[in-house]
Design a binder for this molecule. Structure first.
Ligand SMILES: *[C@@H]1O[C@H](CO)[C@@H](O)[C@H](O)[C@H]1NC(C)=O
Length: 192
């Protein structure tokens, strides 16, 4: 599997010794470098159904964007690797991720909007969600980092990134790239 993973081995104190690996870094195909088959694409639009992008389940008007692609006069450059996705009106991408129940995590990703209109993203990790406005209008370096923290309520959580927009131009949705999972370590109690 492609994608860059950093495996961390976590050791608790030696008497109570638990060793496990956690994934801290991109989620599976989190930079969208694995793309749809040519037959599942019509131009940039993914037309091959919900399983067209490896590791993801997609819904609605999703575009698969290659870095260097033009939109009008604008040359699109993506932050991680060579590809990103764009979520049109009501489009979403989701993935189940394995976590440790009770631990705190954050989902991070990069977003950019390329149209003048207001855009928002609804990020949810069952059972929590939050709607985040996208500030920056796209420039070659103008991607916003988004972070969404959650406490894992089960061993597998569903992460859903959704564009709740209802704009006239379905292609006017936010670009998404570099979806990663990070473990948040709770503050340690002080000794005294
Ligand atoms: C955000 O997504 C969650 C999960 O799908 C949903 O329950 C919630 O109603 C959505 N919120 C908005 C404002 O769209």
């Amino acid at each position: 599997m492609k994608g860059r993973f950093l495996f961390l081995s976590v050791l608790f104190c030696s008497t109570f010794h638990v060793s496990f690996s956690i994934i801290d870094g991109l989620v599976a195909n989190g930079n969208f470098e694995l793309g749809p088959k040519a037959s599942d694409l019509k131009g940039t639009v993914v037309v091959g159904g919900s399983k067209s992008i490896p590791e993801w389940e997609i819904s609605g008007f999703v575009e698969y964007i290659k870095s260097g692609q033009k939109q009008g006069d604008m040359l699109l450059v993506v932050p991680e690797g060579a590809y990103a996705v764009r979520l049109g009106n009501e489009a979403s991408i989701k993935q189940n991720i394995k976590v440790m129940k009770g631990m705190y995590y954050s989902i991070t990703f990069m977003v950019a909007r390329t149209c003048a209109q207001e855009e928002r993203i609804n990020i949810s990790v069952t059972p929590d969600w939050g709607v985040i406005p996208i500030q920056t209008l796209y420039t070659s370096s103008g991607w916003d980092p988004i972070a969404f923290g959650f406490k894992a309520e089960s061993e597998t959580v569903e992460m859903l990134i959704h564009n709740p927009g209802k704009e006239e131009d379905p292609a006017c949705g936010p670009l998404i790239d570099s979806v990663a999972l990070r473990t948040l370590y709770p503050p340690r109690p002080t000794n005294h």
